[in-house]
Design a protein around this ligand. Sequence first.
Ligand SMILES: [Zn+2]
Length: 144
Amino acid sequence: MSESKHVVCPHCAGVNRVPVDRLGAGGKCGRCKQPLFEGRPLEVGGQAFQAQLTRSDLPLLVDFWAPWCGPCRMMAPAFAQAAAQLEPRVRLLKVNTEAEQSLGARFNIRSIPTMALFAGGRELDRVSGAMDARGIVAWVTQHL
Ligand SMILES: [Zn+2]
């Protein structure tokens, strides 16, 4: 029996059980039939964030950003590129701290952009300031 992981659907937050060797195979959600991975970051609010944090077996890389923040907007394409490289090993999320102020407060985000890496529901590390795609991938890889 091959090992499997719980993957939380980015569309409906349904929990899917996916064999590890099938993670990259373009699987669809058993509930809403949409793709589990699309190679791009997922913009989430509090509820979806909580589902990804507590019910998914995948590490989460979260970009805390805001629309008014120039460096955040500059980093967005790099974060999207990093998603294409890191999925399906890692789930990439974006949290708009202006719209989701309670999440920003809960994680004590003092400056943006801040990227935080979570695994098993716990924060492993965080880094502030814009990074390029290569830097993001390298930073994540060194922790996993
Ligand atoms: Zn779904």
